[in-house]
Ligand binder design. Sequence first.
Ligand SMILES: Nc1ncnc2c1ncn2[C@@H]1O[C@H](COP(=O)(O)OP(=O)(O)OP(=O)(O)O)[C@@H](O)[C@H]1O
Ligand SMILES: [Mg+2]
Length: 204
Amino acid sequence: MAQKGFTLWFTGLSGSGKTALAEMVYDELKQKRGLKVEKLDGDVVRTNLSKGLGFSREDRDINIRRIGFVCNLLTRNDVIAIASAISPYRSVRDENRALIGSDKFVEVYCEVPIEVAVERDVKGLYKKALSGEIKNFTGISDPYEAPLNPEVHINSGSEAIEESFAKIITYLEERGLIKPLGESGYSEEEEEAISAHLEALGYL
Ligand SMILES: Nc1ncnc2c1ncn2[C@@H]1O[C@H](COP(=O)(O)OP(=O)(O)OP(=O)(O)O)[C@@H](O)[C@H]1O
Ligand SMILES: [Mg+2]
């Protein structure tokens, strides 16, 4: 079975675990399963593709549309695209879903209680947002519109990260977007390569 392209779209407040989970899924699909995967993280995109954009609604929408545009190019060429940006507005997330196709778009809502995100304050930004040093901060002084029907719903305040990761992988396998690993723990391709090798050595 050839690899199918799809977009895995993480959305959620800052500190909800988008990047942490995106990295884990990326490593699993690329390293362990040998799939073609690309990631587009909000922080990285804002230093190149969207450099110069700010945090007004208009700029946020442009940023998310750009990420969606690239995800679509990758997806239609059967690469798995993993996007991890706050993407606070439902309408532009849905625009990307329509562009890419609902059958190839998997929205992962990383939900976290705002108190937990503030407590984590991974980047020290909540402190600045609460003191007013940073304006238009999602969840504090800017809106976040939660998905109404996400394909995967993570509760990063109460789940262990391994549990959240497993939810995503299981969903992708059950939906037929990636192949489950065989009982050996090797992918089909790896099993074939091992068999060919053993055969060449005269063991099979
Ligand atoms: N179940 C979980 N899922 C994801 N992350 C978790 C979970 N439990 C704890 N965490 C921790 O929460 C933190 C989330 O930080 P992370 O940088 O991934 O957030 P983010 O959503 O990418 O934020 P930002 O929008 O600012 O980039 C990490 O330190 C991660 O280890
Ligand atoms: Mg992040």
